[in-house]
Design a protein. Structure first.
Length: 403
């Protein structure tokens, strides 16, 4: 029997050790199941807000049960081997279209997380307490806006027979069961409904303050229409936290913005922006949802926002809409796409625009110019025109989009 030389055995051992270290350092497909806890409709805990991958229900289980459960561990194993899940379509489609995805953003933000040390508790929370909202944005629906309920009933796409859909059944019970994790959080992301008119959002902030757990980041996706709620003063509450990032959902300047986001008042946005200007811990950006409604007007929105000092030159976050398909910019006919390409090229030739903003607008162009099957393009473009017409008639509104 042939023996292996001792030196060769040592070399093989070193190579195995190097391979093992490399494997340990391999990035998973997505970090979310190691760091993130999202609660959406009806209390369902999911992988994130854009992937319908359920882990359990916070109204029926404790956070610990969900965080250490079979469903989330199965996804961890899949992602650990760098395999996507077929329900990760949002990120897959965005990346295929040349746009940055949510999972890529998370890698940038939490780049020091070691997946070999699965955290005992999540550090990043996105709790959607309900669908309570004071706007009826055209790209939204009843499931994410209570204000949509009456229109949705007429159109036949309401979710249930009540305007308000409560996701967390009992706030006090949720706090009692999830308290240790909430106190350990590095970041909270608040979105809609509309967090600034949601009572539980204020109760949570006050609870964190009372428990001296304010060394965390607060991040908002908000229509930015309110800075107070009942007896709560947001500026006073926010003053307790080191960093508050506001991503204001503003889709257009003036009348266009008000048309896309019904109930929005452009002047209120400008007034609220002034109110937070003297707070050094608050960072303000606009975060338009990029859709068929506004894609041709985004350069104007950026230029006007900078001119009015609403934002600094880097203060825009472009959120490309994927669904519903009939609002997705890829459905635009080629003639309209050519027109938009010319607008963007002229805009991008401005020397004053920061590289990060240039890159973001180029991502929109890449996504816009990704080819769609002709039969799908025709189907969804017709559906867009039908949906726009129905809502225009229902609301007594009209706006020529210039496309």
């Amino acid at each position: 029997m042939r023996t292996i030389p001792p030196l060769l055995i040592v070399c093989m051992g070193v190579q195995f050790l190097i391979l093992h270290i490399k494997l340990k350092k391999m990035k998973p497909y997505c970090l979310m199941p190691w760091i993130h806890f999202h609660v959406g409709n009806n209390g369902t805990a999911k992988a994130c807000c854009v992937a319908n991958i359920p882990f359990g229900n916070i109204n029926k289980q404790s956070l610990d049960e969900i965080w250490n459960g079979k469903e989330i561990n199965q996804l961890r194993e899949k992602f650990r081997s760098n395999q996507p899940d077929n329900r990760c379509a949002n990120c897959i489609n965005r990346e295929a279209g040349g746009a940055r995805s949510y999972r890529q953003e998370i890698f940038e933000k939490f780049n020091d997380v070691n997946i070999e040390k699965v955290l005992k508790l999540p550090i990043y929370f996105d709790i959607r307490f309900s669908n309570v909202c004071n706007f009826r944005c055209r790209t939204c629906w009843h499931g994410a806006s209570s204000k949509w309920f009456n229109d949705a009933k007429v159109l036949g796409n309401n979710v249930g027979d009540k305007a308000i859909l409560q996701n967390i059944d009992d706030f006090d019970n949720f706090i009692e069961k999830s308290g240790p994790a909430l106190l350990n959080a590095q970041e909270y992301y608040f979105a809609g409904g509309e967090p600034l008119v949601t009572e539980e959002h204020y109760l949570l902030l006050q609870w964190l303050i009372n428990n001296k757990a304010t060394n965390c980041r607060l991040r908002y996706n908000t229509n930015f229409s309110r800075l107070n709620f009942r007896d709560y003063d947001l500026l006073d509450l926010w003053s307790n936290f080191p960093k508050v990032e506001i991503l204001a959902s503003i889709d257009g300047v003036g009348a266009l913005g008000e048309y896309i986001r019904t109930e929005m008042k452009w002047e209120e946005i400008l007034l609220n922006r002034e109110k937070i200007r003297s707070s050094p811990n608050i960072q303000f950006k606009i975060a338009p949802t990029v859709s068929v409604f506004n894609v041709a007007h985004l350069p104007d929105l950026y230029n006007e926002s900078v001119r009015l000092n609403l934002i600094d030159p880097n203060g825009i976050y472009l959120n490309i809409l994927e669904r519903p398909h009939y609002f997705n910019i890829q459905i635009l006919p080629q003639k309209e796409k050519n027109h938009i390409n010319k607008i963007y090229q002229a805009f991008l030739n401005q020397k004053s625009i920061p590289i990060s903003v240039v890159d973001s607008f180029k991502e929109v162009l890449n996504y816009l110019n990704t080819e769609l099957e002709p039969i799908k393009q025709e189907k969804y473009w017709k559906q867009f025109k039908d949906e726009k017409r129905k809502l225009d008639e229902l609301r007594g509104e009209i706006f020529l989009l210039g496309i």
